[in-house]
Ligand binder design. Structure first.
Ligand SMILES: [Zn+2]
Length: 415
């Protein structure tokens, strides 16, 4: 089966061979550094604890990698070495989500981030990889197959903002209640070096695209989020937004796709703020005041983004929320307290709670807080926020309403 993009035909039934092994080994060494195998095992055996399905808003997650494992399993590496992918999942993917459990917990919205590791940080025969858009469409197909198959009783794809509105209006006590699922893309590498795929992504309802990720890819300089992802470009964080990056943002705005600035360096975020004419999202990050990482966003940038109608989603990864010296220490000591601290700080900095939300990044091979490793355990976070704010309406806004409102107002793609 072939698909036409940028006047080129791609065979989507086959993948380009990559230099998988040497790079996988390098990445594995890095990931091993994030924690001990025993702690990974301990985490993997934790069971989700569920609460009865609530009637209030529970969570609109701005960033979650719900299908990454399924995707990895059917890549050339996964098909050739299934044990390797199984091991990676078992030991390195410390967080996760299950549709049925999330449905039972009353989750409202999940923005699924499509990300193909092979198109970004494993060596490419060509970079950018021209087949990356095709792989992205395949990931979207895979999610949709899941939603019309085993996940059908629990979740439904919201193809546009109107559908999101309809789905989230169904009371959770109704048999028709489903989690609303939204397509998003993580990393402009998915465009394969051209703005042309944006039109098709928009038609298929991609609400939001994170313009940069671990590597700059000549779009916007990428912050070094983990020391073991070295990129020539992120050693030059002041490159900011490239000319191609500017074209990407203009085209996204024309199509009504939300620009996500997570992973961009401070210089690139400044550049994007200057170029953007529509509200921006920081889907899954933290404030640099509490977390001295290049990945975290400066408070004045958060203030600018929210005063322009944007949203700040807080990631649930202690390493990126606090000042832990190593990722393994963050995993040992980090907890939902780190998330609460960030939320409180951001509400103060923004002068309102109305632009703060949650972007868990769960199932995205991040480090887990020691008291939560499943999305269905999200009530643990809301309970902690309730005791801080003493106001369940404020907590409901932060957990869900703010993100939902942001999406309903700014998401213009889809048919
Ligand atoms: Zn990310």
């Amino acid at each position: 089966m072939t698909i036409t993009l940028a006047n080129r035909e791609f065979d989507i039934s086959k993948f380009t061979r990559r230099d998988f092994l040497s790079n996988s080994l390098r990445a594995s060494v890095g990931l091993l550094g994030t924690g001990s195998v025993l702690s990974a095992l301990g985490c993997a055996t934790r069971r989700p604890s569920l609460v009865p399905r609530p009637t209030r808003r529970v969570l609109a997650d701005l960033h979650c990698h719900s299908v990454i494992n399924d995707w990895n399993r059917q890549t050339p590496l996964g098909l050739r070495f299934p044990a390797l992918v199984w091991l990676a999942e078992k030991f390195f993917n410390r967080t996760g989500m299950e549709w049925e459990d999330c449905h039972r917990a009353g989750v409202d919205v999940i923005c699924v981030a499509h990300f193909n590791v092979f198109d970004e940080w494993l060596s490419m025969p060509t970079d950018p990889n021209p087949e990356a858009p095709v792989n992205t469409f395949r990931m979207m197909d895979q999610l949709q197959e899941q939603l019309s198959g085993p996940a059908r009783p629990y979740a439904t794809l919201a193809k546009n903002a109107t559908m999101l509105q309809k789905l989230t209006s169904i009371p959770k006590t109704s048999a028709d209640y489903r989690i609303a699922v939204v397509h998003t893309v993580e990393g402009g590498h998915a465009l394969g070096g051209s703005i042309d795929p944006l039109e098709q992504l928009a038609r298929r309802g991609v609400a939001m695209l994170d313009v940069t990720h671990f590597f700059s890819k000549d779009i916007a300089s990428a912050a070094n989020s983990y020391p073991f992802f070295p990129d020539g470009n992120n050693r030059r964080p002041h490159l900011g937004l490239s000319e191609f990056g500017r074209d990407v943002i203009h085209e996204m705005e024309r199509l009504g796709m939300i620009v996500d600035v997570t992973h961009a360096t401070a210089t690139a975020i400044d550049d994007i703020i200057k170029v953007a004419t529509r509200p921006l999202a920081v889907s899954h990050a933290s404030s640099r005041t509490l977390s001295e990482h290049p990945y975290a966003v400066y408070d004045d940038q958060v203030q600018q983004i929210v005063s322009d109608g944007g949203i700040m989603g807080v990631i649930i990864d202690p390493y990126l929320l606090g000042n832990y010296t190593t990722a393994s220490l963050a995993e040992k000591e980090g907890s939902l307290r780190d998330v609460v601290r960030q939320v409180l700080h951001l509400v103060k900095v923004c002068g309102t709670h109305k632009h703060v939300g949650i972007g868990s990044d769960f199932s995205g091979y991040i480090g887990a807080p020691r008291d939560m490793n499943r999305i269905s355990q999200i009530h643990r976070l809301s309970n902690m926020l309730e005791s801080e704010f003493g106001n369940s309406d404020v907590v409901e806004d932060i957990m869900a309403n703010n993100a939902m409102e942001f999406l309903k107002t700014n998401w213009k793609t889809g048919v």
